[in-house]
Ligand binder design. Structure first.
Ligand code: WT7
Length: 644
């Protein structure tokens, strides 16, 4: 694609942390002398209470990675305590409430006190190193306190996105056997209450091992109460000391579990550990966003996703930065909200998802241009491929052509940025995540698993261990090996396809497996299918992604009903409700098409390729249908599509 535009490195980024020459030298060193490179980076970014013996021992054939072995450190100390001498009064978090008249600043000293108090509450409730704690919270500072308090006592947190249903919450609590749940009475988003405690009560009814439910009073809404289990957060933290001895943690001790969807089965509990994760998120935060002392940084993600873990909490705090946490949604009270918040808090760095950019773009430029946005210096995007049109709008309208855009490609499993343009070092091209971050060795593999050189397209894999690499799938280590390290032996397989251009830039083409990316939320088609077939009138279901202007991908469901069942709009509504109940509102089908039959091979395998084409209305390019057991099924589906 020779007609692709390139935006040069802006002139005013000459004093960036990483310039082009520096990137090239540092990248080469990170690959050629990783030991020396990471020893230096660890010394710069982390404080160990006991020094490590070795930098990295890894074997991708076995999915093994051991970073900073022998070292000890505590993440909460690295993110809070060690900043206190210089930054006790500096703001750690700016919290912007759902209601635009509500905001507060939390200093590093206050953060320290809040985290220590909650850590003491956890210890008093019997939580020890290695125990699991579930966090099901709205976007309020207590969500971050909870994560850091777990890190302080050595408990493994498992944050479950507040939009997940009681069933989804229950499955995650049971899978990792969480002893404690931390939640709130209600969340508040776009002026509407979210019934978190009600959901938690439903989930906990089937979780006998969860002995404590700590409840933050956010709205004061009415909640049911179980005296033997429920504890008000504000009462508990008031009754304990404001200091708390941190647990010394081994470099490879687990820090957190985060559930994410794969192409098959139940969501996997991706496990991250201590030193490597913290180092990679701290380095990438500083370099990707060119974060400078005193700047205000805002990532709009939810702490329920990995972006919130790495780039609202751990990466920024490890750098002693000021991180803005937003409770609400970008369109409330109006589509100007983000830019009003930018002006109100003088935000310098803004990091969001393509789906939000597209939604705001659709609302019209006036919402943007009526604000100043003068403070903005760097823009970022994450979660899905960004279409060049949205990129250009973000660059020209939001950033007024002066803010470089960091299109960061990474995954829950990678912990932090893998491909990303560093603003002072790498010229950008709309839609490309550009070049690898330090220490990351991407490769494109062909169908035989051979590396493709130069320009080409293939499966994106990573050739060498990086510090924040996934360490395990909680409770099922073999599943990690099977999912990520077996498709291409010796490589980590991402599940994404990518193209490399003549400048070595990477262009992510999307998932090559049955994983959907809906508004930047990752979902397995199998999970939605399992929900649909729970309905007693459904015989079979096949779910694929379809193009969607705002969400990137929509959820397109083909449903075969039990013999004798009449299709109806009422039944469609029931199926939509079922997906919401089983998974959450993010799993709401966009389209349900009745399918008298599904296209299957003679061995009974559903040919999703054909279903994807029909969903995308690319009827003319269905490809070979001759291997189908009954090719007439396809004509029927095409006809039903037109009448749906
Ligand atoms: C999948 C990972 C990374 C944190 C949020 C999502 C897609 C992510 C990009 C990007 C193109 C992207 C990939 C990836 N993705 N960022 N900049 N360009 N695609 O984390 O839920 O683990 O999803 O999101 O398909 O595999 P996740």
């Amino acid at each position: 694609m020779s007609d692709v535009k390139t935006y040069p490195i802006p002139n005013n980024f000459a004093d960036a942390h990483i310039t082009k020459a520096k990137y090239e030298a540092m990248y080469a060193r990170s690959i050629n002398e990783p030991d020396a490179f990471y020893r230096e980076q660890a010394a710069q970014f982390l404080s160990f209470s006991k020094p490590f013996d070795s930098v990295c021992e890894a074997n991708l054939l076995k999915g093994e990675a051991n970073w900073f072995a022998g070292g000890q450190l505590n993440v909460s100390v690295n993110c809070i305590d060690r900043h206190l001498p210089a930054r006790a009064n500096q703001t750690a978090f700016i919290w912007e409430g759902d209601d635009p008249s509500v905001a507060k600043h939390i200093s590093y000293a206050e953060l320290h006190e809040q985290v220590c108090r909650l850590a003491n509450v956890l210890r008093a409730r019997g939580v020890k190193k290695g125990d699991r704690v579930c966090i099901y919270m709205p976007m309020i500072p207590e969500a971050a306190y909870a994560m850091l308090a777990c890190a302080r006592v050595g408990a493994i947190h498992s944050v479950v996105f507040g939009g997940f249903s009681p069933d989804a919450l229950k499955d995650r609590i049971l899978d990792s056997d969480c002893k404690v749940l931390i939640t709130a009475d209600e969340g508040l988003r776009g002026g509407k209450a979210v019934a978190l405690k009600v959901n938690a009560d439903k989930a906990l009814a089937s979780c006998p091992n969860t002995h404590t439910c700590l409840v933050v009073k956010r709205t004061g809404g009415k909640v049911a109460w179980d005296d033997s289990r429920d504890v008000w957060y504000h009462e508990a933290v008031a009754g304990v000391a404001a200091q708390c001895e941190p647990e010394p943690m081994g470099a490879e001790d687990p820090l957190f579990i985060l559930y994410t969807s794969g192409s098959t089965g139940k969501p996997k509990g991706v496990l991250h550990t201590t030193a490597g994760y913290l180092l990679h998120t701290a380095m990438s935060f500083k370099y990707t966003f060119d974060y400078k002392e005193g700047e205000i940084y805002w990532c709009t993600a939810d702490v329920g996703w990995v972006t919130g873990h790495s780039y609202i909490v751990y990466g920024p705090l490890c750098n002693g930065a000021t991180s803005l946490m937003f409770e609400g949604v970008p369109t409330y009270p109006s589509a100007a909200r983000c830019w009003e918040v930018v002006d109100k808090h003088k935000v310098n760095i803004f990091y969001t998802a393509p789906t939000a950019i597209r939604a705001l773009m659709g609302a019209g430029n006036d919402f943007v241009t009526k604000t100043s946005r003068k403070s903005l210096r760097v823009l970022g995007t994450v979660g899905e491929p960004i279409n060049p049109e949205a990129w250009e709008w973000y660059y020209h309208v939001v950033g007024e052509g002066r803010c470089p855009i960091a299109d960061t490609w990474w995954q829950t499993e990678t912990g932090g940025h893998m491909l990303t343009p560093l603003p002072g070092a790498i010229a950008t091209k709309p839609g490309s995540a550009t070049l690898p971050f330090f220490g990351v060795q991407p490769v494109l593999l062909d169908g035989e698993g051979k590396e493709i050189n130069g320009v080409g397209e293939g499966s994106l894999a990573i050739k060498a261990s990086w510090p924040s690499q996934i360490r395990s799938v909680y409770g099922d280590h073999q599943r990690m090996i099977d999912t990520y390290f077996s498709t291409f032996p010796g490589y980590y397989f991402t599940g994404d396809g990518a193209r490399r251009d003549a400048d070595g830039y990477y262009w992510i083409t999307g998932r090559v497996d049955d994983v959907l990316n809906v508004s930047g939320h990752r979902m397995g088609t199998a999970e939605i299918e399992s929900a649909l077939v729970l309905h007693d009138k459904v015989a079979e279901a096949a779910v694929v992604g379809c193009p969607h202007d705002i969400k990137g991908q929509g959820i397109y469901c083909y449903v075969t009903l039990m013999a004798g069942t009449e299709p109806s709009d009422a039944l469609k509504k029931e199926l939509v409700a079922l997906c919401t109940k089983e998974i959450g509102p993010i799993a709401k089908p966009d389209i349900i098409q009745w399918a008298p039959g599904l296209p299957k091979t003679r061995s009974g395998k559903i040919m999703r390729r054909i279903l994807r084409k029909i969903a995308a209305n690319e009827i003319d390019s269905l490809g070979d249908t001759s291997t189908l057991a009954d090719p007439s099924v396809v004509d029927e589906l095409i006809e039903n599509r037109a009448n749906r």
